[in-house]
Design a protein around this ligand. Structure first.
Ligand code: HXC
Length: 520
C-alpha cells in the first residue's frame, strides 16, 4: 500500500522532495564555487561547522531562508540559506551556537535575512547560556540591498554588545572581513585568523592608495601577521582552517558556558602536590640576567598544558589559560626575556583585556611577577602610557575573582602595585626568596638618595649594597603583611593549587553602580 497525503501526493515523494531541497541548500553556491573555495585552500561553510563541532552534533536552523530583495534582478536569484549556515551543536559535549558565512553564496555577503539568521542564534545563545562562535568569510554588506543590509549589521552589533560578558563570543576570520563588518568580531572576546587566506580592515588597499598614497597589499594591511603582531586585533593566527578550528575547540574547553557558571572541571592526572626542584634555580644569580617565565607557567599547570592568548604581541607580558586540579586559571606573567619584563602601553592593554575577560567569566587569576617598572620614553608618554597603564591597574582593582600572586624576582614601584598586589585585593600574595620588592632598583635609588656622593665610586658602591641588603628581598613587604608568605620555589604548584582551592566559594562585593568608567 502506498501512503497518500490528503491532496493525494505519495508520502515518499514528500520525503524525497525534502531531501532534494536540503541537497540543493547544502550545495550553497554550486560545485563550481565550492571548487574555487577549495582551490584557495579554504573549506566551505559546512565543512567548517562539521570540523568545529562534535561529529553528528550539528542541528541547523533556517536552511530554507531566502532574501527578500527584488532590486537588480535579485528576485531571480534566491539561494536557500542566504549565505550563512547557522545552528547549534556541541564541543566535547558542551552546547555552543555557531554561524558560518558561505562565501560560495553571493560572496557570503550580509543581507537583512542573513543578519536575522545570525541574530536568531545569538539570542538563543544568550537565553540558553552557551558560547557563540562566528566563522567569518564575507564580501560585506549585500550591495544590492543597501540600507537593509546595514540595519542587519547594526542588529548583530547590538547583540554582540549585549552578549558581551554574558556568554563567551569567539570569531574566526577565514576569508574577507572588511569595512564596518569588522566591528562585529572586534566586539567579541577572541579573534582567530588563518594565515594567507583571511584579512580584516576598515578600508581596503585601493582606498588607502587613493587617500594616503600608501601602496600596501591586503595581506600587509590586514592579514593574520599584521593583526597578531602589530595591531593586536587578533589573538592568534593559524596555518589553515583545520588547525584554526581545532584550536577553537581547545579554547572552548577552557571556558565556562556563561557568566553564571564556573569553568568546566576536566579530569587531571597531574599531582597537585608535585614538587619542581628545578624551580629553585630558575631565577639566575645576576638580577639582570633574563630567564624564561614560560618555563614556570608550564611547570605549574596540569600536564604542562598552556593555552596562550596573543602570543605574538607585547611579548613582555604573557597571558593565557592553564588548569590546576582540572580547573581553568587565567595566567598573567611578566616575561623577563623581552624588555626585561617592563610594563608598557601594549603589554598593559593586552593584560588588562585578559584580566577583564577572566573576571567577567569567573576564571580565577594567577599573576607571576618579575617587573622592573614601566618602560620610559617619549613614545610611551606621547602614546598615553598613563591611561593605558591605568587600564591594567583598574582591571585588577575591580576584579572579584580569586586572585593569587607570586613574585619571583623584581616588583618595583608602581608596577608592583599594578600587578595584582595585596593593595588591589589579591587574595594570596606569595613571594619567592629571590623577590625584590622596592620602589626601584638599588642603583637608581642610590643615584637619587645619595646624589652628592655620585663622584665617589667607593661610597656609591657601599650605598648601593646597603640599599640592596635592605630592600632586595621579600621580607620588608612580608613584615607588613603585603606578602602573605615567602615560599620555596619548588612548592609553588602545591601552594597555588591549595590557595585556589580555598577560594572556590569566594564572594566579593562591589558598590552598586550603573557601570564603571575604566580609562579607555
Ligand atoms: C553582493 C557580493 C559582494 C557583496 C562579493 N559578492 N561581495 N555580492 N554584495 N558585498 C559576490 C560577487 O558578485 C561574486 O558573485 C561572488 O560574491 C564572489 O566575489 P568575487 O568578487 O568573484 O570574489 P573575489 O575575487 O574573491 O573577491 C572577493 C571580494 C570582492 C574582495 C570580497 O567580491 C569584493 O570586493 N566585494 C565587494 C566588497 C565590498 O565593497 N563590500 C561592501 C563593503 S561595505 P558571483 O555570482 O560572480 O559568484 C560594508 C559595510 C558594512 O561591508 C557596514 C557595517 C556597518
Amino acid at each position: 500500500m502506498v501512503l497518500q497525503t490528503t491532496n493525494g501526493v505519495a508520502m515518499k515523494d514528500i520525503l524525497h522532495q525534502l531531501e532534494e531541497r536540503r541537497e540543493t541548500a547544502r550545495l550553497g553556491g554550486g560545485q563550481r564555487r565550492i571548487d574555487a573555495q577549495h582551490g584557495r585552500g579554504k573549506l566551505t561553510a559546512r565543512e567548517r561547522v562539521d570540523l568545529l563541532l562534535d561529529e553528528g552534533s550539528f542541528e541547523e536552523f533556517d536552511m530554507f531562508v531566502t532574501h527578500r530583495c527584488t532590486d537588480f534582478g535579485m528576485d531571480q536569484e534566491k539561494p536557500a540559506g542566504d549565505g550563512v549556515v547557522t545552528g547549534w551543536g556541541t564541543i566535547n559535549g558542551r552546547l555552543v551556537y555557531v554561524f558560518s558565512q558561505d562565501f560560495t553564496v553571493l560572496g557570503g555577503s550580509v543581507s537583512e535575512t542573513h543578519a536575522k539568521k545570525i541574530c536568531k542564534i545569538m539570542d538563543m545563545a544568550v537565553q540558553n547560556g552557551a558560547p557563540v562562535i562566528g566563522i567569518n568569510d564575507s564580501g560585506g554588506a549585500r550591495i544590492q540591498e543597501g540600507v537593509d543590509s546595514l540595519a542587519g549589521y547594526g542588529e548583530v552589533f547590538q547583540r554582540n554588545i549585549m552578549a558581551s560578558g554574558v556568554v563567551p563570543q569567539v570569531s574566526v576570520i577565514m576569508g574577507p572581513c572588511a569595512g564596518g563588518a569588522v566591528y562585529s568580531p572586534a566586539m567579541t572576546d577572541f579573534i582567530f585568523m588563518v594565515k594567507d587566506s583571511s584579512y580584516m580592515f576598515v578600508t581596503g588597499p585601493d582606498v588607502v592608495k587613493t587617500v594616503t598614497n600608501e601602496q600596501v597589499t591586503a595581506e600587509e594591511l590586514g592579514g593574520a601577521g599584521t593583526h597578531t603582531k602589530k595591531s593586536s586585533v587578533a589573538d592568534a593566527a593559524f596555518e589553515n582552517d583545520v588547525e584554526a578550528l581545532a584550536e577553537v575547540r581547545r579554547l572552548v574547553d577552557f571556558l565556562p558556558s556563561n557568566n553564571r557558571e564556573k569553568p568546566p572541571v576536566r579530569p587531571f592526572f597531574d599531582d597537585p602536590d608535585r614538587l619542581e626542584t628545578s624551580l629553585d634555580t630558575l631565577v639566575p644569580e645576576n638580577p639582570n640576567t633574563p630567564y624564561d617565565m614560560k618555563e614556570l607557567i608550564l611547570k605549574l599547570g596540569d600536564e604542562g598544558d598552556f593555552y596562550e592568548i596573543q602570543e605574538e604581541f607585547a611579548k613582555n607580558i604573557i597571558t593565557g589559560f592553564i588548569r590546576l586540579e582540572g580547573r581553568t586559571v587565567g595566567v598573567v606573567a611578566n616575561q623577563p626575556m623581552v624588555l626585561a619584563g617592563c610594563l608598557d602601553i601594549d603589554s598593559s592593554r593586552k593584560a588588562a583585556r585578559f584580566v577583564r575577560f577572566c573576571d567577567a567569566f569567573e576564571i580565577p587569576l594567577l599573576t607571576l611577577i618579575d617587573v622592573p617598572g614601566f618602560l620610559p620614553g617619549t613614545s610611551q608618554e606621547y602614546g598615553g602610557v598613563i591611561k593605558h597603564g591605568a587600564k591594567l591597574l583598574y582591571a585588577y582593582g575591580e576584579a572579584t575573582v580569586p586572585m593569587v600572586t607570586v613574585i619571583t624576582r623584581k616588583a618595583y614601584g608602581g608596577a608592583y602595585v599594578v600587578m595584582s598586589s595585596k593593595h588591589l585585593q589579591a587574595d594570596f600574595n606569595y613571594a619567592w626568596p629571590t623577590a625584590e620588592i622596592a620602589v626601584m632598583g638599588a642603583k637608581g635609588a642610590t643615584e637619587i638618595i645619595h646624589r652628592g656622593d655620585l663622584g665617589d665610586a667607593e661610597k656609591t658602591a657601599k650605598h648601593t649594597a646597603d640599599y640592596e641588603e635592605r630592600f632586595a628581598n621579600p621580607f620588608v613587604a612580608a613584615e607588613r603583611g603585603f606578602i602573605d608568605e615567602v615560599i620555596m620555589p619548588r612548592t609553588t604548584r602545591k601552594r597555588i593549587a591549595r590557595a585556589f582551592a580555598s577560594l572556590r566559594n569566594k564572594q566579593a562585593n562591589i558598590p552598586w553602580k550603573k557601570h564603571d568608567n575604566i580609562p579607555l
